[in-house]
Design a protein around this ligand. Structure first.
Ligand code: ADP
Length: 459
């Protein structure tokens, strides 16, 4: 097995990876910026190396600095976590050149999937259903107009390099198309330095359903069931659960098979996620593949009992999967609430502060992945996600009750978080009944924010 792994990340995901390494008897090297000297991952790793100043571009995105740290500490592998360099093919290539195993898919596959227009074309060729729209990228605005006419309005303009819900605009009609096109292009240019666009039919009231897959380096691919990530704000996930209560066993098998085909069509290795939108008539369409571990991976770990980070490490060490599709069973229900240092009443504006008092939930079926500890001063420089509360129970209703109980126990004095907002969603009758789609938060925002029946209105 690897002797020493460098974790090219920070915060709770770095902690999560360190935990897997310790249990596998692998030494860890944490990297940190000058702003993160007191961060939990630095304290938990076998050793830690400072890689630069607070600005991510100079530290967590500084490939040279990270690779130098890895070489100097004799690491044989790098785990990139999510965000930062996790989907950067140049970094994956540089790791290889330094004889350090990048824990993720091959650089070429990252490239192919990183361009979403190209990925869709590859999927279409692999017989995976994709959202109707342009084949590959749009040449110009005239082509956007032509294809929008063909597939019918409303349509969605999306950036090929997009991510995090940015570089995306909808157009209800031809009148709105040109401004949507220009706005999406400008945002994509600013966010990703690449304004290539593609166009899709807007699926009305879809659910966001994604499949976790694992692929070893011997051609074996399995899926670990789905996550329903429809509770989103600004196209970003807030609450995720598995299984999705809408999927029949038949539909799960069909979508799971499509996810496995998607992985095979791209020559995928390691852990990945195939994202679909599911419409009201149970048609599903590929939207993108994420070539890394996801924030919400813990939900799948709870229902399958499979440690995804350990599997990633084993696969990267060129070990075959030790189970087949038939061995994977979804047991009970799991859900995750993201605790972001954001104020829902102020449009989810991020904030930071010193944690004056921290109480983390516990008890049966509760898992907490966090970077917080008492006295920690959260950083305004990085992602606002502070903790992930994950619960597991035999039925969906028990799971919801357990999550309410867990959020009641959670206390993070010193910062404003999404915890109360998450808590209120868990009391919404439509949420309890499973009657929601990706528009749920937007639709119920006012109602949830002004809810004075805090803790009442139970099922
Ligand atoms: P990003 O990579 O920026 O997250 P995605 O392609 O994964 O972008 O889409 C993010 C979200 O936007 C999805 O979860 C879904 O809610 C919505 N979405 C994306 N494509 C469509 C579509 N064709 N129709 C309706 N909603 C969509």
């Amino acid at each position: 097995m690897f002797r020493r792994i460098l974790i090219a990340n920070r915060g709770e995901i770095a902690v999560r990876i360190i935990r897997a390494c310790i249990e596998m008897n692998i030494e860890t090297v944490a990297v940190y910026s000058t702003a993160d000297k007191e961060c939990l991952h630095v304290k938990l790793a076998t050793q830690a190396v400072c890689i630069g100043p607070a600005k991510a571009a100079d530290s967590y995105l500084n490939m040279k600095s990270i690779l130098t740290a890895a070489v100097e500490t004799n690491c044989d592998a790098i785990h990139p976590g999510f965000g930062f360099l996790s989907e950067n093919s140049e970094f994956a290539r540089l790791c290889e050149e330094c004889n350090i195993k990048f824990i993720g898919p091959k650089a070429d596959v990252i490239d192919a999937m990183g361009n979403k227009a190209m990925a869709k074309t590859m999927m279409r060729n692999g017989n995976v259903p994709v959202v109707p729209g342009s084949i590959g990228a749009l040449k110009d605005y005239a082509e956007a107009e032509k294809i929008a006419d063909e597939v019918g309005y409303p349509v969605l303009l999306k950036a090929s390099a997009g991510g995090g819900g940015r570089g995306m605009r909808r157009a209800e009609s031809k009148e709105q198309l040109e401004s949507a096109y220009e706005e999406a292009k400008a945002e994509a240019r600013a966010c990703f330095g690449n304004d290539e666009m593609y166009l899709e039919k807007l699926i009305i009231n879809p659910r966001h359903i994604e499949f976790q897959i694992l692929a070893d380096e011997f051609g074996n691919v399995v899926h670990l069931g789905e996550r329903d990530c429809s509770i989103q704000r600004k196209n970003q996930k807030l609450i995720e659960e598995s299984p999705c209560m809408l999927l029949s066993e038949e539909l799960r098998t069909k979508m799971g098979d499509a996810a496995v085909s998607a992985a095979k069509a791209s020559g995928y290795t390691n852990a990945g996620t195939v994202e679909f939108v599911l419409d009201e008539k149970e048609n599903f369409y590929f939207i993108e593949m994420n070539t890394r571990i996801q924030v919400e991976h813990g939900v799948t770990e709870m229902v399958t009992g499979i440690d995804l980070v350990k599997e990633q490490i084993r696969i990267a060490f060129h070990q075959p999967l030790t189970f087949t599709q038939d061995d994977v069973h979804l047991n009970g229900h799991a859900m995750e609430c993201r605790i972001n240092a954001e104020d829902p009443a102020k449009g989810f504006l991020p904030n930071s502060g010193k944690i004056a008092f921290l109480n983390l939930p516990g008890g049966p079926g509760v898992r907490v992945d966090t970077l917080l500890y008492n006295g920690y001063e959260t950083s305004p420089f990085y992602d606002s996600m502070m903790a992930k509360i994950i619960v597991h129970a035999p039925t969906r209703l028990e799971m919801i009750r357990k999550m309410r109980r867990a959020l009641m126990e959670l206390s993070t004095e010193g910062i404003t978080t999404t915890s109360d907002f998450d808590y209120l969603i868990l009391f919404h009758p439509d949420f309890i009944k499973g009657k929601f789609n990706v528009g749920f938060i937007e639709e119920h925002m006012e109602e949830i924010l002004t809810w004075d029946a805090f803790g009442e209105g139970d099922e």
